[in-house]
Design a binder for this molecule. Structure first.
Ligand SMILES: [Zn+2]
Length: 381
């Protein structure tokens, strides 16, 4: 979740519309190039000639919260306001919806999606846990209802089985551990996360909580936060340092004993937003065997606020590849929780990005970015 862009003035709205038009023109150029090159992919955007479908592992989306909370004005986070114009019936099901990610869109790929339960900063302790349970309940209900299309996975064998059965693989993750507080409930809740199949969790969102802080403050990890890092690791839940501020990141380098991820963060050298990563952070993540998921949020792609083009994503990918090497870059779309360029949504549009990556870095590297690096990190594949 990165928050949704709000056009607070007519000028801003017009600027956004103009940027959209420019991006669409750019996307049209890409389509033209592609059509001229080889057999263009079909509508599903995947392979032709019997080749295996493109593999995708996306480390972060907010689809669960969006579907659960779009109809609920009482929960903070912006989902209700953002989706006010979308018919409720079109924003309620995982298999088919008008959001960015749906099983209807992922079906033609071998797609593994990390589905985050996003916990807004305004909720703490029991209230935060109640929201986690509410969204997890939706996930359980949807995976049961869509069992012919979706398999919840925790390890490499389950990913392989899901793909072999032609199903989308879904991984439960957490964004914002503000339900963990320094009391007896913390260990119980860590156990419950592991039992629910959670495989990765960010410690914070943007504001401070009992563990540490996002970029709203300069405070590092608390002693409790350091204990929770080890508590997550001990349960096979990867620590996700996206949203953590720089002081907290430095503290995490001491506290973490296992590789960790930044599931949805870009290169700060390319776009200076504090949610993006400095080169030294990229190097540390890579040196420890972690991964960085490329975020599609417009605000993290360009400093000037203009709509992002494929070249902007290439610039971030190029920087991360150069600084962190070939083994660290992955995808962390932030679908359904941010403002994604129109040419990158809904999610099956990523085939355009894969083609651009393959053209710039080679097919093998594009495949590692799209699947291999994250699959190694999460599943040892
Ligand atoms: Zn986020």
């Amino acid at each position: 979740m990165s928050g949704f862009l709000t056009a607070s003035s007519v000028e801003e709205a017009l600027a956004l519309a103009a940027a959209d038009a420019a991006a669409n023109a750019n996307a049209a150029d890409v389509q033209t190039e592609r059509a001229g090159a080889a057999a263009a992919p079909g509508a599903a955007g995947v392979e032709t000639d019997g080749a295996e479908a493109l593999r995708v592992l996306d480390l972060h989306c907010d689809t669960l919260d969006r579907l659960v909370l779009s109809g609920d004005p009482t929960v903070p986070g912006g989902f209700y306001e953002h989706n006010a114009g979308v018919p409720r019936a079109r924003m309620s099901r995982l298999d088919d919806n008008d959001g960015d990610v749906s099983l209807a869109r992922t079906a033609a790929f071998r797609w593994c999606q990390c589905f985050a339960v996003f916990v807004p900063d305004q909720l703490r302790g029991d209230a935060a846990w109640a929201l986690f349970e509410r969204v997890r309940g939706f996930w359980e209900a949807e995976r049961a209802r869509c069992a012919d299309k979706l398999a919840a996975v925790r390890d490499g064998e389950e990913v392989r089985a899901a793909f072999a059965a032609g199903k989308t693989a879904g991984v439960l993750t957490v964004e914002g551990c503000s339900f963990l507080e320094d009391d007896a409930a913390a260990e119980v809740r860590l156990d419950a996360l592991a039992a629910a199949g959670v495989r990765m969790a960010t410690l914070t969102w943007n504001a401070p909580n009992a563990l540490g802080s996002g970029h709203d403050t300069d405070a590092g990890l608390t002693a409790f936060g350091r204990r929770m890092v080890r508590g997550l690791e001990a349960r096979g839940i990867a620590v996700d340092a996206s949203h953590l501020n720089d002081a907290g990141f430095r503290d995490l380098l001491d506290a973490a004993e296992l590789p960790f991820a930044c599931s949805h963060s870009n290169a700060r050298a390319v776009c200076g937003h504090p949610r993006n990563l400095e080169d030294w952070q990229l190097r540390e993540i890579a040196a420890r065997g972690g991964v960085v998921g490329l975020n599609f949020h417009r605000g993290f792609l360009r400093d000037d606020g203009a709509d992002a083009t494929p070249d902007d994503l290439l610039r971030h990918a190029d920087r991360i590849l150069n600084v962190a090497g070939e083994g660290a870059l992955a995808l962390g779309s932030d679908y359904d929780g941010s403002d994604v360029p129109s040419w990158l949504t809904p999610c099956d549009a990523v085939v355009t990005l894969h083609e651009r990556f393959a053209g710039a870095f080679g097919r093998a590297t594009a495949d590692r970015i799209f699947f291999g690096n994250a699959a190694r990190f999460l599943f040892g594949l």
